[in-house]
Design a protein around this ligand. Structure first.
Ligand SMILES: Nc1nc2c(ncn2[C@@H]2O[C@H](COP(=O)(O)OP(=O)(O)OP(=O)(O)O)[C@@H](O)[C@H]2O)c(=O)[nH]1
Length: 381
């Protein structure tokens, strides 16, 4: 591991080397005919799933994009200028998660002749509509209806996601009331417009991890391999006495998959914080002069909490980390966990190689559905 002392962002988007990962796992640009980062997901013209951020002016669209993908601190967003035109951000050069985000100006006019619905909605995987929950949202709901009607006509496969945003200023009761009200009114509007759409609603704020969690769920829907990844995580936790496991994209701290146990916000926050700690410590103490990453195949960490819980992090590849939460007494069997982790890691690699190898025989880790066939070891009884 190393950290170039001249770099201001040791692990930021600008320096993160990911090219080798894509090639190794067949997840990116092997050759000109293979530019499909999420095989099967809806693609834009340049073959990357596109996520649109829409909503009224000052609802928080640019802040969300900056906080999640450029590590801007939430307080700095107070000084963001209004977005005058569509800003297209390419996430693909920086992380395992490869897509484009289009941040729209709040005052966009659908009836303007320059607004090309076919191009904008045609290659779109997900449309995130941001509603400012601290403001009157009547106009926002009207705009949501206009937007979805227009988008659905062009592309009925878009996933419609509604972020009820800026909930940091609201009490728990208020949050629930607003969510219920927005949910009800948005769905009534859909029925009235005769649209066969299902909205997913999220309560979000840039001042806590809720925005990362919501974005994780949006991104997961664009990963066709998700059921396989979840199945592998389930096998891993069942055979290793692990309580919860997340597969993280290390740069964005978006989790691309987790097991079937419910996600509680506190566990997710703990795992995010662990990634920060590992990267920070690596940057300070793991530096070698001729390398440029703070996260490599030796990256691993164990943190014991004073409530009898252990957090265990292992590198899966250049962009992904597995972070597990387990009881301290179950960590006695670390050899078993490490063995199972090794099987899991191999299976993950094979999931992403599968596209390349569809004509080849399935290997010992994967059966013909692409799922691990139980080579992981369970604890001795
Ligand atoms: N309290 C709170 N304020 C937020 C949150 N997210 C964004 N803001 C604030 O909302 C204001 C507007 O944010 P922007 O990101 O510029 O909004 P926008 O939707 O991109 O605005 P336009 O570009 O004009 O469409 C800023 O002052 C942000 O600091 C949040 O989660 N909570």
């Amino acid at each position: 591991m190393s950290y170039n002392q001249e770099d201001e962002e040791p692990f930021g988007y600008s320096q993160m080397p990911v090219g080798s990962f894509s090639k190794q796992l067949g997840y990116g640009y092997e050759d000109d005919n293979d530019q499909d980062p999420f095989p099967g997901a809806p693609m834009s013209s340049d073959n990357k799933p596109r996520i649109l951020l829409m909503g009224l002016k000052r609802s928080g669209k640019s802040s969300i994009q900056k906080v999640v993908f450029t590590k801007m601190s939430p307080n700095e967003t107070l000084f963001l200028d209004s977005t005058p035109k569509i800003v297209k951000e390419d996430i693909s050069n920086n992380s395992f998660i490869q897509f484009q985000i289009w941040d729209f100006p709040g005052q966009i006019d659908f009836f303007d002749h320059t607004f090309d619905s076919d191009t904008i909605f045609g290659g779109c995987g997900a449309l995130i509509f941001v509603i400012d929950a601290q403001d009157d949202y009547t106009d926002a709901l009207i705009r949501l209806r206009q937007t979805t009607t227009r988008a659905y006509k062009v592309n009925p496969h878009i996933k419609f996601e509604v972020f009820i945003h800026k909930v940091d200023g609201l009490s728990d009761d208020d949050k629930m009331d607003k969510q219920r009200d927005i949910h009800q009114r948005a769905n009534d509007d859909l029925q009235e417009a005769g649209l066969d759409i299902t909205f997913s609603f999220y309560l979000t704020s840039i001042y806590d991890h809720s925005i990362f969690e919501a974005f994780s769920k949006v991104v997961q829907k664009l990963i066709p391999q998700l059921p396989t990844l979840e199945h592998l995580l389930n096998i891993l936790i069942q055979n290793s006495c692990i309580e919860k496991a997340f597969l993280f994209d290390v740069v964005s701290k978006i989790y691309i998959a987790t097991d079937c146990m419910p996600v509680d916000m506190q566990s997710y926050e703990l795992c995010c914080d662990m990634i920060d700690v590992v990267i920070d410590i690596s940057c300070i103490y793991g530096a070698l002069e001729d390398e440029a990453t703070a996260f490599d195949n030796k990256s691993s960490s164990t943190i014991k909490l004073n409530n009898g819980t252990v957090l265990y992090l292992r590198e899966v590849n250049k962009c992904l980390a597995l972070v597990c939460i387990l009881r301290e007494e179950n960590f006695d069997k670390q050899g078993l966990i490490d063995y199972n982790f090794h099987c899991f890691r191999t299976a993950i690699q094979e999931v992403f190689e599968l596209k390349e190898n569809t004509k080849q025989k399935p290997s010992k880790y994967l059966n013909d559905t692409g799922l691990s066939n139980g080579y992981m070891q369970g604890p001795a009884t």
